[in-house]
Design a protein around this ligand. Structure first.
Ligand SMILES: Cc1cc2nc3c(=O)[nH]c(=O)nc-3n(C[C@H](O)[C@H](O)[C@H](O)COP(=O)(O)O)c2cc1C
Length: 321
């Protein structure tokens, strides 16, 4: 029943996409979502081509199903990374800049499908014109960096009316009800970030997960507070981490160890607290969408996928509208 233009294009079984969240969407989490029938993703930001290749190989070791890799344009400096991504992943995806045909063509030449997460109707049209195979429409309810300026449903309607390629909906979707709603509105799938941050396979720091479990939608805030490394880029986080960062006096709030290197994390810098992070975890960027109300327990990613799909199927079947 949930066979859509997105599942047919990508070759997955259910129209659920994991957001490619650096350090949080671990190879284990990406593979778990893919093995459950969805599209697992990892984040490719700030990696060398060699490190990206290793990351993608570790996903391939855990799943034979399609998965993808996401690049944030602010941290994308090396076209060789796109070539590595296209050779090793089914989907290469970009976020947070005007869509670029040269990057889309580069990934297509490597054999991958290409998508772009957009926040407006005009950006969706530009992504389709640049040659993207599908688009993610991100509403302002989303966790993480937020391209959308309006609510998901109004945005989704505008985008669906403007493009012909499959459109995946993102932002505030954590329940089967919200999933069924965007499918009923015409989306070809849903992309989830926050709900999967609390999955058992996530790389999120346990204190971050605890805060998500205790929070609801009204505890999130749309802000530019965490702008060190990436200015002028609004994001949605838990309100409590902004207050905690304001209260810390040190300019270095902690450290991140990645690929054998330990780097200091400045106050109000962009990385989310992961298992590789130490220090004032409570004062780091705890990204969370309005979907956080649906984060009520830690559970395997496959259970989240099953619950979303089963619930949406039942709702759509019983709908009398
Ligand atoms: C912790 C976290 C990190 C994220 N990192 C990225 C990223 O690197 N690239 C990207 O395209 N989107 C990123 N996003 C945004 C997601 O792609 C998506 O739009 C969002 O999670 C949807 O809203 P939701 O969190 O309510 O599910 C991130 C979201 C979260 C929660």
């Amino acid at each position: 029943m949930l066979n859509t233009s997105f599942t047919r294009l990508v070759g997955c079984e259910v129209p659920i996409q994991l957001a490619g969240m650096p350090m949080i969407a671990s190879p284990q989490l990406a593979a778990a979502v893919s093995n459950a029938g969805g599209l697992g993703m990892v984040g490719g930001a700030r990696l060398t081509p060699e490190a990206l290749g290793q990351l993608l190989d570790s996903v391939s070791d855990l799943t034979a199903r399609p998965f993808g890799v996401n690049f944030i344009m602010q941290f994308h400096e090396n076209p060789a990374c796109v070539e590595v991504a296209a050779a090793k992943a089914r989907v290469v995806e970009f976020f947070y800049a005007a869509p670029r045909a040269d990057l889309v063509n580069l990934a297509h030449r490597g054999g991958a499908l290409v998508s772009w997460q957009v926040g407006s109707r005009d950006e969706a049209v530009a992504a389709e014109q640049a040659g993207c195979d599908f688009i993610i429409a991100q509403g302002v309810e989303a966790g993480g960096h937020v391209r959308g300026r309006i609510g998901l449903l109004p945005l989704l309607g505008e985008v669906l009316d403007a493009v012909t390629c499959p459109v995946v909906a993102a932002g505030g979707i954590g329940t089967a009800r919200a999933f069924a709603a965007v499918l009923a509105a015409g989306a070809a799938g849903a992309r989830l970030g926050t709900r999967f941050v609390a999955a058992a396979e996530s790389g999120a720091h346990p204190q971050y997960v605890e805060k998500l479990l205790a929070a609801s939608a009204a505890d999130t805030v749309y802000t530019e507070a965490f702008s060190v490394m990436w200015p002028n880029a609004p994001h949605r986080v838990l309100r409590s981490c902004v207050a905690a960062a304001e209260a810390v006096e040190d300019e270095v709030v902690g450290h991140l160890t990645v690929f054998g290197q330990t780097i200091p994390l400045l106050r109000f810098s962009v990385p989310a607290p992961s298992r590789a992070t130490s220090g004032h975890i409570e004062a780091m960027a705890m990204y969370a969408g309005e979907s956080v109300s649906a984060v009520t327990r830690v559970e395997p990613a496959a259970d989240i996928v099953r619950e979303m799909v089963g619930g949406a199927e039942a709702l759509l079947r019983s709908s009398t509208v």
